[in-house]
Design a protein around this ligand. Sequence first.
Ligand code: SF4
Length: 429
Amino acid sequence: MGSYYIWTIGCQMNVADSERLGAHLERLGFQAAQAPEAADILVVNSCVVRQHAEDRVANKLHALRPLKRKNPNAVIALMGCMVGPKTEDLQHRFPHVDVFMRPQVYDPLLEVARERADLASCQDEGPVVPNPTGPTAFVPVIKGCDEFCTFCIVPYRRGRQVSRPSEEIVAEVRALAERGVREVTLLGQTVDAYGLDLRGQPDLADLLTELNGIDGLARLRFLTSHPRYMTRKLIRAVADLDKVCEHINVPFQAGDDDVLQAMRRTYTRDEYRRLIADIREAMPEAGLSTDVIVGFPGETDEQFQRTVDLLEEVRFDVVHVAAYSVRPGTIAARKLSDDLPKDVKQARLRQVEQLQEGIAAGINAALVGREVEVLVEKRDALGNWEGRTRTHKLVHFPAGVSDLRGELVTVTITRASAWSLQGELVAVG
Ligand code: SF4
């Protein structure tokens, strides 16, 4: 029986894509290998959103070269955002790669896999649902992106926004719940644009309402939102539906209107602030996270300071910050000059990181002494239980004898840092 190994880097969507490809290969009778050396099919699922990620992908592909020399029959595939419509350059750089696949386009590899499959091990056709690896799962609900933010390569690699029919999603989430999944995160590059391209335009709030009724499922989340699609109806749904967690990731990217316009983000600083006020009015204790880019072309000290001011004003639970790097093929790469010195970008990056560390430490310290609901996901490196609150905070607590994986438990928080909480188990269920 053949085997496969998938190496994944990047966002949760890439993780979900890898799981889905794995499910397709398993349907053809292939089994997951523990190490690349043991696999007949090796897949690198790539990310090029930042230079650092792209460098890691290139290193990984180079590292597979000796393996291909040793085992010429092994199939090496490159998937994900590194693969555009043209692959000549990639073929030249990585001649040992056999198959190139754009994000979520699995067929080129599946055709090769079918030729090698042991027909006796193939399973019936029908919807492909990845086997859950724990009590939480990702479910893509909309692929692609229509936004074309000037710094971002995603729309060129993942294509236009296409929503999955809601019946298909409901069936998948029900199947996952039947297999023991307690928490599902709905994924999309602009997840809150879900349904705009479907007949009748069922939106994300409608989808969450349907999913909220699935037996066995305890929690629902969604990632990543775009401020312009975050409606009052959706905020109300998050506040009212008991299984939908009070946790919203809504990137603002920059705090200055001119920079936002140069990024083509389609909202202003004040519109973003009003959105946060609406969320906080509906859910005063919602967990909020955001993405920020510093050192965008032409960003002045004053413009950067407006980003810092917004971070201080909103006080997010989590901030994902990146220094701008040119992504070939984007509008910014074609039209804007990457004019800020590297040391200026790095200094701004560090300033945001330090500011956020202090803010997160303060928010988390206020939870000490309080009881929180935790969905237990796994044991951590020290053997303690690890899980997350509804607001997506990481919690560790000492393990007793019973297996708590997949249980909803109550934990009293005893210690806090900027990154996680420690606690004591109070009750199970
Ligand atoms: S919304 Fe903007 S940043 Fe997000 S995936 Fe689309 S183009 Fe990229």
